[in-house]
Ligand binder design. Structure first.
Ligand code: SF4
Length: 309
Protein backbone atom coordinates (compact mmCIF):
# COMPACT_ATOMS: atom_id res chain seq x y z
CA UNK A 1 0.00 0.00 0.00
CA UNK A 2 1.40 3.41 -0.95
CA UNK A 3 0.71 5.61 2.06
CA UNK A 4 2.61 8.57 0.64
CA UNK A 5 -0.20 9.32 -1.81
CA UNK A 6 -2.89 8.87 0.89
CA UNK A 7 -4.30 11.55 3.18
CA UNK A 8 -2.85 9.70 6.19
CA UNK A 9 0.10 7.31 6.53
CA UNK A 10 -2.28 4.76 8.01
CA UNK A 11 -5.74 3.32 7.31
CA UNK A 12 -8.04 5.92 8.77
CA UNK A 13 -11.70 5.33 9.51
CA UNK A 14 -12.75 8.33 7.38
CA UNK A 15 -11.11 6.95 4.27
CA UNK A 16 -12.53 3.51 4.97
CA UNK A 17 -16.06 4.92 5.18
CA UNK A 18 -15.52 7.05 2.07
CA UNK A 19 -14.49 3.98 0.08
CA UNK A 20 -17.20 1.77 1.52
CA UNK A 21 -20.18 4.16 1.42
CA UNK A 22 -18.97 6.88 -0.96
CA UNK A 23 -20.43 9.33 1.57
CA UNK A 24 -19.72 11.13 4.80
CA UNK A 25 -20.67 8.74 7.64
CA UNK A 26 -21.27 9.96 11.20
CA UNK A 27 -21.22 7.70 14.20
CA UNK A 28 -23.83 8.60 16.78
CA UNK A 29 -22.97 7.52 20.31
CA UNK A 30 -26.02 6.20 22.16
CA UNK A 31 -26.45 5.06 25.73
CA UNK A 32 -29.02 2.24 25.96
CA UNK A 33 -28.43 1.91 29.71
CA UNK A 34 -27.12 -1.62 29.73
CA UNK A 35 -25.27 -2.85 32.77
CA UNK A 36 -21.95 -4.66 33.01
CA UNK A 37 -21.10 -8.08 34.53
CA UNK A 38 -17.99 -6.53 36.01
CA UNK A 39 -20.13 -4.24 38.12
CA UNK A 40 -23.11 -6.33 39.16
CA UNK A 41 -21.13 -9.27 40.55
CA UNK A 42 -21.63 -11.78 37.73
CA UNK A 43 -17.97 -11.40 36.82
CA UNK A 44 -16.73 -8.86 39.32
CA UNK A 45 -17.71 -5.98 41.57
CA UNK A 46 -16.99 -2.29 41.26
CA UNK A 47 -15.98 -2.32 37.60
CA UNK A 48 -12.63 -1.51 36.01
CA UNK A 49 -10.76 1.06 38.06
CA UNK A 50 -10.74 3.62 35.22
CA UNK A 51 -14.42 3.23 34.34
CA UNK A 52 -17.01 5.93 34.62
CA UNK A 53 -20.30 4.85 33.08
CA UNK A 54 -24.09 4.49 33.39
CA UNK A 55 -26.80 2.42 34.99
CA UNK A 56 -29.90 0.41 34.15
CA UNK A 57 -33.46 1.58 33.47
CA UNK A 58 -36.68 0.09 32.13
CA UNK A 59 -36.77 -1.09 28.52
CA UNK A 60 -39.59 1.35 27.58
CA UNK A 61 -37.66 4.40 28.75
CA UNK A 62 -34.58 3.07 27.05
CA UNK A 63 -36.31 2.93 23.66
CA UNK A 64 -37.81 6.44 23.94
CA UNK A 65 -34.59 7.85 25.17
CA UNK A 66 -32.61 6.33 22.29
CA UNK A 67 -34.77 8.21 19.83
CA UNK A 68 -34.18 11.50 21.63
CA UNK A 69 -30.42 10.97 21.89
CA UNK A 70 -30.28 10.09 18.19
CA UNK A 71 -32.37 13.05 17.03
CA UNK A 72 -30.42 15.53 19.16
CA UNK A 73 -27.16 14.38 17.55
CA UNK A 74 -28.60 14.32 14.04
CA UNK A 75 -29.69 17.95 14.43
CA UNK A 76 -26.11 18.98 15.17
CA UNK A 77 -24.60 16.79 12.42
CA UNK A 78 -27.06 18.06 9.80
CA UNK A 79 -25.84 21.64 10.27
CA UNK A 80 -22.42 20.55 9.07
CA UNK A 81 -23.05 17.51 6.84
CA UNK A 82 -26.68 17.45 5.65
CA UNK A 83 -25.95 14.44 3.40
CA UNK A 84 -24.33 12.34 6.10
CA UNK A 85 -25.23 8.70 6.64
CA UNK A 86 -25.40 7.42 10.23
CA UNK A 87 -24.07 4.59 12.32
CA UNK A 88 -25.63 4.37 15.80
CA UNK A 89 -22.91 3.42 18.26
CA UNK A 90 -23.93 1.70 21.49
CA UNK A 91 -21.04 2.80 23.63
CA UNK A 92 -21.63 2.88 27.39
CA UNK A 93 -21.29 -0.29 29.47
CA UNK A 94 -21.65 -3.79 27.93
CA UNK A 95 -24.14 -3.61 25.09
CA UNK A 96 -24.71 -7.35 24.62
CA UNK A 97 -25.31 -7.95 28.34
CA UNK A 98 -29.05 -8.66 28.35
CA UNK A 99 -31.53 -11.28 27.15
CA UNK A 100 -31.61 -11.86 23.40
CA UNK A 101 -35.20 -10.55 23.31
CA UNK A 102 -34.20 -7.24 24.91
CA UNK A 103 -31.14 -6.94 22.68
CA UNK A 104 -33.35 -7.41 19.63
CA UNK A 105 -35.67 -4.60 20.79
CA UNK A 106 -32.77 -2.20 21.27
CA UNK A 107 -30.88 -3.09 18.10
CA UNK A 108 -33.99 -3.04 15.92
CA UNK A 109 -34.87 0.35 17.38
CA UNK A 110 -31.37 1.65 16.59
CA UNK A 111 -31.42 0.63 12.95
CA UNK A 112 -34.94 1.99 12.44
CA UNK A 113 -34.08 5.48 13.74
CA UNK A 114 -33.56 6.81 10.22
CA UNK A 115 -33.46 5.47 6.68
CA UNK A 116 -29.95 6.91 6.55
CA UNK A 117 -28.69 4.37 9.11
CA UNK A 118 -26.17 2.13 7.33
CA UNK A 119 -24.61 0.31 10.25
CA UNK A 120 -24.69 -0.52 13.93
CA UNK A 121 -21.63 -0.47 16.20
CA UNK A 122 -21.94 -2.42 19.44
CA UNK A 123 -19.36 -2.05 22.18
CA UNK A 124 -19.18 -4.88 24.70
CA UNK A 125 -17.08 -7.28 26.79
CA UNK A 126 -15.72 -10.51 25.34
CA UNK A 127 -17.57 -12.54 27.99
CA UNK A 128 -20.97 -11.08 27.03
CA UNK A 129 -21.29 -12.94 23.73
CA UNK A 130 -22.58 -16.39 22.88
CA UNK A 131 -23.42 -18.26 19.69
CA UNK A 132 -27.14 -17.45 19.88
CA UNK A 133 -26.51 -13.70 20.12
CA UNK A 134 -23.89 -13.76 17.38
CA UNK A 135 -26.21 -15.73 15.07
CA UNK A 136 -28.78 -12.95 15.51
CA UNK A 137 -26.10 -10.34 14.72
CA UNK A 138 -25.50 -12.20 11.47
CA UNK A 139 -29.15 -11.71 10.56
CA UNK A 140 -28.87 -8.02 11.39
CA UNK A 141 -25.66 -7.82 9.38
CA UNK A 142 -27.64 -8.63 6.23
CA UNK A 143 -29.58 -5.37 6.68
CA UNK A 144 -26.90 -2.98 8.03
CA UNK A 145 -23.20 -3.33 8.59
CA UNK A 146 -22.73 -4.66 12.15
CA UNK A 147 -19.45 -4.09 13.98
CA UNK A 148 -18.67 -5.38 17.47
CA UNK A 149 -16.10 -3.50 19.56
CA UNK A 150 -14.37 -5.38 22.39
CA UNK A 151 -12.35 -3.88 25.23
CA UNK A 152 -8.98 -5.60 25.29
CA UNK A 153 -7.20 -2.64 26.98
CA UNK A 154 -4.01 -4.63 27.70
CA UNK A 155 -2.60 -8.10 27.08
CA UNK A 156 -0.51 -7.89 30.23
CA UNK A 157 -2.64 -10.00 32.55
CA UNK A 158 -0.97 -8.61 35.69
CA UNK A 159 -2.05 -5.10 34.64
CA UNK A 160 -5.46 -6.44 33.71
CA UNK A 161 -5.82 -7.84 37.21
CA UNK A 162 -4.70 -4.55 38.76
CA UNK A 163 -7.36 -2.77 36.67
CA UNK A 164 -9.99 -5.25 37.91
CA UNK A 165 -10.85 -6.10 34.29
CA UNK A 166 -11.88 -9.65 35.29
CA UNK A 167 -11.04 -10.78 31.76
CA UNK A 168 -8.39 -13.02 30.20
CA UNK A 169 -6.66 -12.89 26.83
CA UNK A 170 -8.19 -16.28 26.05
CA UNK A 171 -11.68 -14.80 26.43
CA UNK A 172 -10.78 -12.14 23.87
CA UNK A 173 -9.44 -14.75 21.42
CA UNK A 174 -12.56 -16.88 21.86
CA UNK A 175 -14.91 -13.92 21.28
CA UNK A 176 -13.00 -12.72 18.19
CA UNK A 177 -13.09 -16.22 16.70
CA UNK A 178 -16.81 -16.57 17.38
CA UNK A 179 -17.61 -13.22 15.75
CA UNK A 180 -15.43 -13.97 12.74
CA UNK A 181 -17.01 -17.39 12.34
CA UNK A 182 -20.18 -15.42 11.54
CA UNK A 183 -18.38 -12.75 9.54
CA UNK A 184 -19.01 -9.89 11.99
CA UNK A 185 -16.42 -7.07 11.86
CA UNK A 186 -14.41 -6.75 15.07
CA UNK A 187 -12.68 -3.71 16.57
CA UNK A 188 -10.40 -4.10 19.60
CA UNK A 189 -9.69 -1.29 22.07
CA UNK A 190 -6.36 -0.79 23.81
CA UNK A 191 -5.20 1.83 26.34
CA UNK A 192 -1.75 3.42 26.37
CA UNK A 193 -0.17 4.62 29.62
CA UNK A 194 -1.67 2.11 32.05
CA UNK A 195 -0.04 1.98 35.52
CA UNK A 196 3.21 0.03 35.53
CA UNK A 197 3.30 -0.53 31.75
CA UNK A 198 6.13 0.42 29.42
CA UNK A 199 6.57 0.61 25.65
CA UNK A 200 7.10 -3.17 25.42
CA UNK A 201 3.67 -3.84 26.94
CA UNK A 202 2.06 -1.39 24.55
CA UNK A 203 3.79 -2.93 21.52
CA UNK A 204 2.85 -6.41 22.76
CA UNK A 205 -0.79 -5.36 22.51
CA UNK A 206 -0.26 -4.65 18.80
CA UNK A 207 1.53 -7.99 18.28
CA UNK A 208 -1.41 -9.77 19.94
CA UNK A 209 -3.91 -7.96 17.71
CA UNK A 210 -1.85 -8.68 14.57
CA UNK A 211 -2.29 -12.40 15.21
CA UNK A 212 -6.09 -12.17 15.29
CA UNK A 213 -8.59 -11.75 12.48
CA UNK A 214 -9.70 -8.27 13.53
CA UNK A 215 -10.73 -5.46 11.20
CA UNK A 216 -10.19 -2.41 13.39
CA UNK A 217 -8.41 -0.95 16.40
CA UNK A 218 -9.10 1.92 18.77
CA UNK A 219 -6.07 3.31 20.58
CA UNK A 220 -6.93 5.19 23.77
CA UNK A 221 -5.04 7.51 26.05
CA UNK A 222 -5.32 6.59 29.73
CA UNK A 223 -7.56 9.31 31.13
CA UNK A 224 -7.90 9.89 34.84
CA UNK A 225 -11.55 10.73 35.38
CA UNK A 226 -13.16 12.17 38.49
CA UNK A 227 -14.92 9.77 40.87
CA UNK A 228 -13.10 6.68 39.63
CA UNK A 229 -10.90 4.36 41.69
CA UNK A 230 -8.01 5.28 39.42
CA UNK A 231 -8.44 8.94 40.37
CA UNK A 232 -7.80 8.01 44.01
CA UNK A 233 -4.68 6.04 43.09
CA UNK A 234 -3.47 8.92 40.94
CA UNK A 235 -3.99 11.40 43.76
CA UNK A 236 -1.76 9.24 45.96
CA UNK A 237 0.94 9.98 43.35
CA UNK A 238 1.81 6.42 42.48
CA UNK A 239 2.22 6.37 38.71
CA UNK A 240 3.50 8.25 35.71
CA UNK A 241 1.13 10.02 33.31
CA UNK A 242 2.38 10.10 29.73
CA UNK A 243 3.30 13.49 28.30
CA UNK A 244 1.89 14.30 24.86
CA UNK A 245 5.32 13.81 23.34
CA UNK A 246 5.66 10.34 24.93
CA UNK A 247 2.16 9.42 23.79
CA UNK A 248 2.82 10.49 20.19
CA UNK A 249 6.06 8.49 20.15
CA UNK A 250 4.31 5.33 21.41
CA UNK A 251 1.42 5.60 18.94
CA UNK A 252 3.82 6.10 16.00
CA UNK A 253 5.66 2.91 16.99
CA UNK A 254 2.35 1.06 17.32
CA UNK A 255 1.18 2.21 13.87
CA UNK A 256 4.45 1.09 12.30
CA UNK A 257 3.99 -2.35 13.88
CA UNK A 258 0.29 -2.74 13.09
CA UNK A 259 -0.74 -5.01 10.19
CA UNK A 260 -1.61 -2.81 7.22
CA UNK A 261 -5.14 -4.13 6.61
CA UNK A 262 -6.44 -3.07 10.04
CA UNK A 263 -8.50 0.13 10.11
CA UNK A 264 -7.52 2.64 12.79
CA UNK A 265 -10.78 3.92 14.27
CA UNK A 266 -9.18 6.06 16.95
CA UNK A 267 -5.73 7.38 17.90
CA UNK A 268 -6.44 9.09 21.22
CA UNK A 269 -9.21 9.72 23.74
CA UNK A 270 -10.75 12.84 25.12
CA UNK A 271 -13.19 13.66 27.89
CA UNK A 272 -15.15 16.73 28.88
CA UNK A 273 -13.58 19.28 31.21
CA UNK A 274 -16.01 18.50 34.01
CA UNK A 275 -14.83 14.90 34.40
CA UNK A 276 -11.18 14.98 33.27
CA UNK A 277 -8.44 15.26 35.88
CA UNK A 278 -5.44 14.54 33.65
CA UNK A 279 -3.76 14.55 31.11
CA UNK A 280 -4.99 18.01 30.14
CA UNK A 281 -3.23 17.79 26.73
CA UNK A 282 -5.77 15.10 25.74
CA UNK A 283 -8.40 17.86 25.52
CA UNK A 284 -6.71 18.95 22.29
CA UNK A 285 -7.61 15.80 20.37
CA UNK A 286 -7.09 17.34 16.94
CA UNK A 287 -3.68 18.66 18.03
CA UNK A 288 -2.62 15.18 19.21
CA UNK A 289 -3.76 13.60 15.94
CA UNK A 290 -1.97 16.26 13.88
CA UNK A 291 1.19 15.70 15.89
CA UNK A 292 1.01 11.93 15.23
CA UNK A 293 0.60 12.55 11.47
CA UNK A 294 3.45 15.08 11.46
CA UNK A 295 5.77 12.73 13.37
CA UNK A 296 5.02 9.81 11.03
CA UNK A 297 5.63 11.96 7.94
CA UNK A 298 8.88 13.38 9.37
CA UNK A 299 10.18 9.90 10.15
CA UNK A 300 8.90 8.47 6.84
CA UNK A 301 6.94 5.88 8.83
CA UNK A 302 3.68 4.25 7.82
CA UNK A 303 1.30 1.55 9.02
CA UNK A 304 2.73 -1.94 8.84
CA UNK A 305 6.32 -0.98 7.99
CA UNK A 306 7.62 -2.97 10.99
CA UNK A 307 5.02 -5.74 10.83
CA UNK A 308 6.38 -9.27 10.61
CA UNK A 309 4.36 -12.49 10.68
S1 SF4 B 1 -16.04 -3.69 31.36
FE1 SF4 B 1 -16.42 -1.69 30.47
S2 SF4 B 1 -18.36 -0.98 31.37
FE2 SF4 B 1 -17.65 -2.72 32.58
S3 SF4 B 1 -16.56 -1.77 34.28
FE3 SF4 B 1 -15.04 -2.23 32.69
S4 SF4 B 1 -14.86 -0.40 31.42
FE4 SF4 B 1 -16.75 -0.21 32.68
Amino acid sequence: MNYFTKAKPYNSLNEYYKTKYDHKVSKIALNANFSCPNKDGKKGYGGCIFCLSGSESSIINRLDDLEKQFNDSVEIINNKWPDSLYIPYLQANSNTYDSLDNLKLIYEKCISLSDKVVGLDISTRADCLDEEKVKYLTELNKRVNVTVELGLETTNEATSKYLNRCQTNDEIIKAVNLLRKYNIEVVLHIINGLPGEDINDMLNNIKFINKLDVQGIKIHTLLILKNTKLAKIYEEGNFHILSMDEYVDIVCQQIALLKDNIIIHRLCSDATKDVLITPIWSRNKKGVMNEIDKRLRTLGWYQGMNYTK
